[in-house]
Design a protein around this ligand. Structure first.
Ligand code: GLA
Length: 390
């Protein structure tokens, strides 16, 4: 019931052969960038919080070759190829997915790079609309390809910020920095603790092969640009405004309680989520640093409950999937489970014993399908590798 992850070299061959069959050329450059799953620290990257994601072994891969023009011709599996003029300012356009690329191109134009024309083909093993940052993977992969085409290497954080700006300005999603940071900074066998106030990533070793991560895509799709995400972000800004402090990092639960009446119920609950989730994330980081996981299940369950009840970004399918992992419990090899990513559908993350992954995934898959009639997608992952040229 666990779907295997295609290797990077298989994805690269797919991209190369599609480039050949679509545009008749052999690639001179191949770029890759991973999706991400967040272990804990949800909806607090835009609140100066701490987040603890990892790059997953699911990638966007692009094969390309310069074409002696000023136009990019770009194909992708199952989609009609598009053409983008590289000599001029990029406007938001159609198809919708082209906007991630337009935004990244504009980022390079803003840095005064002249981008040579090229043909490219995109393949991906990151499930779409599953809360696993397929869009950040596309932006970061494309930015890495453009680095190769203009023969430069941007500082990693600058590349992530350029990709985030593409998402803000061209996909119109006011996301935080977690997804693009994870896709660019990812290191094998490491989690990434991001201090979203300082913008500093710290690599937290995750070397123990006896631990695994199961990602379960409920296959209920969400669209972050449809408003829910922006509304949550606005609620947290309103909460912080009432507390009248510079940063959520300086806010205590006492500060939140002191403004409870002024806030009203909704903003109070949003604020409580932010403060408690920052605290849970710091505790979870200690668990990974010390190897003492006795509390991790409680922390992940607390995070899920807070996202469900206070932040209201979960849904029945996510609650069900998390409940199924919880039923299997510690005895069955589950250390903790929660929804992951932006929510409103998407995926859950389960931390578990590697020896039990197959049995856990089989049970979650069967029970979820019985209850919902929906076939979920489950895969196991270890921390993958950040954006790079192959
Ligand atoms: C989306 C956003 C991220 C982050 C998560 C929630 O993935 O792109 O910046 O806010 O939601 O943690």
């Amino acid at each position: 019931m666990l779907e295997s992850n295609k290797t990077l070299s298989d994805l690269a061959s797919d991209a190369r052969s599609n480039l050949k069959s679509t545009f008749g050329v052999d690639s001179t450059l191949v770029a890759a960038a991973p999706g991400r799953v967040n272990l804990i620290g949800e909806h607090i990257d835009y609140c100066d919080g701490f987040v603890l994601p990892l790059a997953i072994e699911r990638y966007v891969v692009i094969a390309a070759r310069p074409n002696d023009s000023s136009t990019a011709r770009i194909g992708s599996t199952g989609l009609d190829p598009i053409e983008l003029d590289l000599s001029d300012r990029q406007e938001i356009g159609t198809p919708k997915w082209s906007n991630y690329l337009r935004g990244v191109i504009q980022g390079f134009l803003d840095l005064n790079y002249a981008i040579p024309g090229f043909d490219a083909f995109i393949v991906s093993s990151v499930p779409l609309g599953a809360g696993l940052s397929s869009s950040a993977a596309l932006e970061c992969c494309f930015a890495t390809l453009l680095e190769g085409l203009v023969d430069t290497v941007l500082p990693t954080a600058d590349k992530a910020l350029l990709a985030q700006k593409a998402e803000h300005d061209y996909a119109r999603v006011p996301c935080g920095i977690m997804d693009q940071f994870t896709s660019t900074f990812g290191v094998k066998d490491h989690l990434i603790l991001i201090d979203c106030r300082s913008g500093e990533p710290e690599m937290v070793p995750f070397p123990d092969p006896s631990l695994s991560i199961i990602v379960a895509n409920t296959d209920v799709s969400h669209d972050l640009s449809d408003g829910g995400y922006g509304e949550r972000r606005k609620d947290t800004e309103d909460g912080l405004g009432l507390i009248a402090k510079e940063s959520w990092r300086d806010v205590t639960m006492n500060d939140v309680y002191a403004k409870r009446d002024e806030m009203g119920d909704r903003i109070f609950r949003r604020s409580r989520h932010v403060v408690t989730e920052i605290a849970r994330t710091m505790e979870a980081v200690e668990a990974f640093k010390t190897g003492d996981f006795s509390n991790i299940g409680t922390l992940m369950a607390g995070s899920h409950r807070s996202l469900r009840d206070d932040f209201e970004v979960s849904c029945d399918e996510l609650d069900l999937m998390v409940g199924l992992a919880k039923e299997i419990g510690f005895e069955g090899g589950v250390l903790g489970a929660r929804m992951t990513g932006g929510g409103f559908g998407g995926s859950t993350v389960t931390l578990c014993r590697t020896a039990n992954t197959d049995a856990i995934a089989t049970q979650m898959h069967e029970r979820y399908q019985e209850e919902t009639g929906i076939k979920p997608l489950l895969f196991a992952t270890r921390p993958g590798i950040g954006a790079h040229l192959i």
